[in-house]
Design a protein around this ligand. Structure first.
Ligand code: HEC
Length: 299
């Protein structure tokens, strides 16, 4: 929400024409309505308008970029440009609010996040620029920036099992995909999982400048064996996606004969979270996914 406020204020400052302002308002409305579609994972028919990354970010669905520079641009930098540029965008060191984002990022690294926050929250800093009014925005910037750092979800980096590649065949609509014979679909790890299957849902947003994948609700269907699952990470086309940290905290033992697709209790859902990540140059029909596990083993 803080991001929205900043954007609106920016528009007012640049004294836009009424026509342009109306355009902004209707774009925002379209954005909000399609956000509801995405949040509910519904097929919104012909009215479906995929969100751009900045629209998603301002609505609370933050997408990590592959580089820390880009994540800085979307978090601390946009805050600093709006609130601190009068001094730190000109000559005052550290110059983390310069018009040039790359220079600003290198200057930002001359201080540390805790000091930045302390100054941002200090009412006697910067002639009214600092203060508690910044608390929400600065906490959001901090948690998003930290959440995008490699392994930000707390993954151990240890991988003892990895599936073979499965074609995503992703579209704008959320759809179920499955590894139906996991015993023979692991390129690393045990081949004796008692007939377990791995399910997940996928969609792609190709309307933004950089396409983004949404991988959600991984679940394990078990057969004869109870299976322990811990620490899930994702590869696309063989490349680890370090920002896809939504499932790194999974730590479950799924009892035998559990079928997540049959609405049983307990079910085999491993997480209700979503891994959302940009994938430049995505080919949604042919890109492949691999799931990696810190642990995937029959008990
Ligand atoms: C009116 C000018 C002015 C504005 C606006 C301003 N600052 Fe500063 N800032 C200074 C001055 C002068 C210093 C150096 C003296 C000091 O450390 O207080 C400084 C120093 C800093 C430092 C250096 C800390 C270190 O590593 O030593 C940080 C971080 C900082 N400011 C953050 C901010 C943030 C965040 C904002 C926006 C919310 C902001 N400032 C807005 C004038 C300003």
């Amino acid at each position: 929400m803080a991001g929205n406020n900043l954007e609106v204020r920016g528009n007012v400052k640049s004294a836009e024409t009424p026509a342009r302002s109306r355009g902004f308002a209707s774009r925002l409305l379209i954005g909000l309505s399609s956000a509801v579609c995405i949040v509910l994972f519904q097929n919104c028919g012909t009215d479906f308008v995929p969100l751009s990354e900045s629209q998603l970010s301002s609505l609370g669905q933050f997408i990590c970029s592959p580089s820390l520079q880009e994540n800085f641009n979307k978090t601390y930098y946009s805050f600093a440009r709006s609130n601190c540029a009068a001094c730190h965008g000109t000559s005052q060191s550290p110059r983390f609010a310069l018009p040039d984002a790359a220079l600003s990022y290198s200057q930002f690294n001359n201080t540390d996040q805790a000091t930045f926050k302390e100054y941002a929250l200090n009412p006697s800093h910067g002639g009214g620029a600092g203060g508690l009014k910044n608390e929400v925005a600065i906490n959001l910037a901090e948690s998003r920036f930290d959440g995008c750092k490699s392994g930000g979800g707390g993954g151990s980096g240890l991988v003892t099992a990895r599936t073979t590649p499965l074609t995503l065949n992703a579209t704008n609509n959320i759809a179920l995909r499955s590894f139906t014979t996991l015993d023979s679909q692991l390129e690393v790890g045990s081949t004796n999982l008692g007939g377990a299957r791995l399910h997940f849902q996928v969609r792609v947003d190709t309307a933004a400048a950089v396409p983004a994948y949404f991988i959600t609700r991984p679940s394990l269907q078990t057969g004869t064996a109870s299976v322990a699952v811990r620490g899930i990470t994702i590869r696309i086309n063989g490349n680890p996606i370090s920002s896809a940290t939504a499932f790194t905290m999974v730590d479950r033992v799924i009892p035998p004969n559990t079928n997540p697709l049959a609405g049983q209790t307990p079910n085999g859902n491993l997480s209700t979270g979503s891994a959302v990540f940009e994938f430049p140059g995505a080919n949604p029909l042919t890109d492949t996914v691999q799931f990696e596990f810190e642990l995937l083993q029959a008990q």
